[in-house]
Structure formats: C-alpha cells, structure tokens
Write a new protein. Structure first.
Length: 209
C-alpha cells in the first residue's frame, strides 16, 4: 500500500469508534465525522509549500512563513462526502468547494455521474476528494478520472475507512493519487459493504434509510 497514509492518531481512533457504533445517532454522527475530517485535514495539508514573508510583531520586524503555491480545492463525492467538508474548511477556510454526484447502479455496482460543478481553476489547485467510505473503489476511481479529464493535475483522496479492495482499485487506476484513511477494514461483503465498516455513511449522516 505505497500511496496509502493511515492516520492512526489516538483522537482519530477514539472518534472513529463512536462513528462506527450503530447506537450513535445522526446528530452525533455528523459532529464526529466533522471532527475527524478536521483532524485528517491537519495531516493531509502537511506538505503544502511555504514561502517566507516579512511581518512586524508588536516588538520587532521578523521573517516568517506562510502557505504559498497551489491553492486548495475540496471535492466531496455526493452525498456522503458533504459530511467531511465543514471539518476540512475549519482548517482551510480559503479552499473552494466543488461537487461530484455519483450513484452506484444497483445491478452493475458501477458508478454513474449525475452532477459535476467545480472551481474554474482546478488545474491550479491541490484537490482533495472527500468520501467517508472507500468500498469497491468504483466511485473514487470515477470521480478522480472526471477531475483529470477536466484538467486536474494534483489530487488526494481522503476517506474515513477503506476496504483493501477499494485501495487496490484506486492504486491500480490512479497510482499518482495519495490515499489518506483513518482505518483500513477487513474486506467487502457480498453486497459491497465494508466489514466491519460503519453502515451507509450517507444514511447515517442525513437520517435516511
């Protein structure tokens, strides 16, 4: 798993336990996903380039560093990816947010695009694709492909939990994309759900069935 970064910070592990718990209701689930996303943003942005500028403190002038280079774009995969946006924006408030809508065909299990709205300058941005679950990898692979076709050159994928099958699929299709996950689970079941997983992230975020 060369391109995979597992973020196993104790706070992330702790919050992920309650995200997984079936007794966690939608309100707490949303808040926990937001908090974990913010913690993950800290690591995902670790290698953003810096430049030195001169400022003046109340005491004296000094040189200090600020983020330079590529601007950041967040691209949640609808609808579950929406739950991760606010946490990321807490740390990267200047990021632009695009959206990609995909659904999985119940017969073929293949992703179908139904919506795509992106910042105009995505080729200049460091794009962070957000989706809580990396199951078969089909949606993530398709979303990344759509971004590349529209000019994106720098893409990272951020998920709460992943199945080995999904990681393998993304790595095979997009070896240039780094994958950040809070946990790697055992496998997929016959219905392409992650085991042990956390159920359907979209339904749990929005209280639907």
């Amino acid at each position: 798993m060369g391109n995979v970064v597992i973020l196993d910070h104790p706070l992330i592990k702790h919050k992920l336990t309650f995200i997984r718990d079936k007794n966690t209701g939608s309100k707490d689930f949303r808040e926990l996903v937001k908090e974990v996303s913010m913690l993950m943003a800290y690591e995902v942005t670790r290698n953003l380039p810096l430049e030195e500028i001169e400022i003046e403190t109340p005491i004296t002038k000094m040189k200090s560093q600020v983020i330079s280079g590529k601007k950041v774009g967040l691209v949640p995969i609808l609808r579950a990816g929406l739950g991760m946006v606010d946490g990321m924006l807490n740390l990267i408030p200047a990021a632009k947010v695009g959206h990609i809508g995909l659904y999985r065909d119940p017969e073929t299990l293949k992703p179908v695009e139904y919506y795509c709205k992106l910042p105009q300058d995505i080729e200049e941005r460091e794009l962070i694709v957000l989706d809580p679950m990396l199951a078969t990898g089909g949606s993530a692979v398709a979303a990344i492909q759509f971004l590349k076709e529209r000019g994106a050159t720098s893409i990272k994928l951020v998920c709460l939990i992943a199945a080995p099958e999904g990681i393998e699929e993304v790595e095979k299709s997009h070896p240039d994309v780094d994958i950040y996950v809070a946990g790697v689970d055992e496998k997929l079941n016959d219905h392409a759900y992650i085991i042990p997983g956390l159920g359907d992230a979209g339904d749990r975020l929005f209280g639907t069935k």
